[in-house]
Design a protein around this ligand. Structure first.
Ligand code: UDP
Length: 352
């Protein structure tokens, strides 16, 4: 197949602003190229990947949906990068068999019926906006095979949950080294933004008196500064936004990954990255992580938003066999397994 990927419009690829979707796109390129498909990517200017030919497009970035309230009308910035990306795609669409939309934004859904080449919509978040839900629902009625999501928990947040293809996620396990013996520290990783509730992990680390290493892009500086002010004595260390190779090196030495999303996490790529290093995951029993983690086997699922729950799970972490975590990631979240499902979906979209 000739595949044209249209990236998220909230940030350049490799900036970290796009969150897990950046890793998902990177892995998809890798896996589809391995299967001899031709892959091209259209993304905002400044995007960079070592495995792809990226067509960089100028224009203003879009506001991430999760920073807006549900009822706010759809906003298009002046000289929208998303509009520019899709205008470019419109001109070259006949060279491709299928287009994949990764933007969680109104425009690509609206444009679906104006394109001759089929568009597969990969939805990377749960429901966040009424206007977006409405256009997605209308589009899903006309194109019931074209909607892919990470997990059933995520799909359930949408009115069109019954037609969603559940595609999960996968990682290149050869990049993640298994570490049998951790040091006395915990990890938290992801975009530093309110929906991720980093403050809960900071509180749990302070009560447990186990250092917490924090990795990730600071998306909301005020939110981050507020956490630092509220918890001046917490044993935390900010390590920055690291590449996958550097991230896995540090992550592998941690006793557990704490995942504390306040929202319904669509998946949580960070969970499978931790498991691949042999690191158990402690998370709230809600959304994607509740489908990934096997309670008391690869980590612990605790009552959502309960700091006590996190603290109690931290005290039980030695009960988890780290080898089981690695093996589970190998069985369920390898790139070939994920690639099979994704490829099958793209073929389905082309056919219908
Ligand atoms: N990440 C990274 N370097 C870091 C911290 C995080 O590359 O130092 C990546 C991580 O690999 C993951 C993404 O950031 O792919 C966070 O994605 P997740 O699916 O957990 O959440 P999202 O941001 O999509 O809501």
């Amino acid at each position: 197949m000739k595949i044209l990927i249209l990236s998220t419009s909230v940030g350049a690829l490799s900036s970290g602003i796009g969150g897990g979707v950046e890793l998902t796109i990177y892995n998809l390129i890798h896996e589809m190229q391995k299967r001899n498909h031709l892959v091209k990517v259209i993304a905002p200017k400044g995007s960079f990947f070592d495995n792809a030919d990226i067509i960089e497009i100028e224009g203003n970035l879009h506001i991430p949906a999760q920073t807006q309230s549900r009822d706010i009308p759809t906003i298009m910035p002046e000289n929208s990068v998303l509009a520019n990306m899709w205008e470019y795609a419109r001109k070259i669409q006949s060279d491709y068999d299928v287009l994949i939309n990764f933007a969680f934004d109104w425009l690509p859904f609206y444009l679906t019926s104006f394109f001759d080449t089929p568009i597969a919509h990969f939805i990377s978040m749960g429901s966040l906006s009424d206007s977006l839900d409405q256009i997605m629902t209308e589009t899903a009625k006309k194109y019931p095979y074209n909607f892919g999501v990470y997990t059933p928990s995520q799909a359930q947040t949408f009115p069109f949950s019954d037609i969603c293809q559940h595609l999960g996620s996968g990682i290149d396990l050869s990049l993640y080294e298994f570490r049998e013996k951790p040091e006395q520290k915990l990890a938290w990783l992801g975009r530093i933004a309110p929906e991720k509730a980093l403050e809960d992990a900071v509180k749990a680390s302070q009560i447990s008196q186990i250092p917490l290493l924090i990795f990730g892009k600071i998306q909301d500086e005020d939110y981050w500064q507020n956490i630092l002010q509220q918890h001046p004595n917490a044993p935390i260390e900010y390590k920055g936004f690291l590449s996958t190779i550097d991230l896995q090196k540090e992550l592998g030495y941690c006793q557990a990954l704490l995942m504390t999303p306040r929202w319904i996490e669509a998946f949580g790529n960070v969970a499978i990255e931790a498991l691949a290093c042999g690191v158990p995951v402690i998370s709230y029993a809600r959304g994607g992580p509740s489908e990934i983690i096997i309670h008391e086997k690869t980590g612990f699922l605790v009552t959502p938003d309960s700091i006590e729950g996190l603290v109690s799970a931290i005290s039980r972490i030695s009960e988890i066999n780290r080898q089981d975590c690695r093996e589970y990631a190998q069985q369920k979240y390898s790139l070939p397994v994920w690639g099979d499902g994704f490829e099958k979906w793209l073929k389905l979209v082309r056919k219908n």
